[in-house]
Design a protein around this ligand. Structure first.
Ligand code: HEC
Length: 116
């Protein structure tokens, strides 16, 4: 009896875990699909490419964006994550102008930056 109920518990837990992972994966697919990345690329070309290389980490006017979302930290010490990337883009830097992108454009731009 006891073994039976713990087996049930385990099975239930596994089911939950699977459902959770499945849902997460679904969300991710929904929040960044190919057309987001495509629109993000256009935004990048229009607003960022003058100062940032996309295909190299070398400096143009600002540092290259190749692999930027995979770095542990920005030059100012902030951890690299979605939130801080948005802050950077919105606020700008010493020699980087703040950009006036809306939430949707930021989401698309981030989707693109993650592919670099
Ligand atoms: C006029 C040039 C210019 C434009 C346009 C520009 N940047 Fe920058 N960016 C810079 C400079 C210069 C820096 C270095 C920090 C500073 O001096 O502000 C920088 C820094 C950054 C950093 C921090 C990198 C690090 O490792 O610390 C990120 C991320 C970034 N820019 C992303 C973007 C994105 C995304 C766009 C487009 C929305 C953009 N930048 C547009 C010039 C620019």
């Amino acid at each position: 009896m006891r073994a039976w109920s713990s087996f049930l518990c385990l099975a239930l837990a596994l089911l939950c875990a699977c459902a959770f992972v499945g849902a997460q994966r679904g969300n991710r697919l929904k929040s960044t699909d190919a057309s987001d990345i495509d629109r993000g690329l256009k935004i990048y070309e229009k607003s960022c490419a003058v100062c940032h290389f996309a295909t190299s980490p070398e400096k143009k006017i600002g540092p290259g964006m190749k692999g930027v979302m995979k770095k542990p930290k920005f030059s100012n010490g902030w951890r690299v994550n979605d939130e801080n990337m948005r802050r950077w883009i919105v606020a700008g830097g010493k020699n980087m102008p703040p950009s006036r992108l809306n939430a949707e454009q930021l989401r698309e731009l981030l989707a693109y930056l993650k592919t670099l």
